[in-house]
Design a protein. Structure first.
Length: 74
């Protein structure tokens, strides 16, 4: 049986325009995590940080964020 898909509004809150509006994409997906993952892979890539990258980022004040166990399904 096929998984029921919904349309999710995925909003990039990091880049509002001059009027304060945030760009929103409509993504058909099985759950919220899938919709976010699909949208994010268009703009981000992830890889294991090298020791040099860690040193450079931490020196620049970048903090390590803990992804933890966020809610996955909806």
């Amino acid at each position: 049986m096929a998984t029921k898909k919904r349309i999710y509004a995925v909003t990039n809150t990091a880049t509002p325009d001059e009027d304060g509006n945030c760009p929103t994409r409509l993504v058909r997906a099985s759950n919220k995590a899938q919709a976010l993952s699909y949208a994010a892979r268009q703009d981000y890539v992830a890889s294991v940080a090298s020791q040099e990258m860690l040193v450079a980022c931490l020196s620049d004040g970048v903090t390590v964020e803990d992804a933890g166990d966020e809610e996955v399904a909806e």
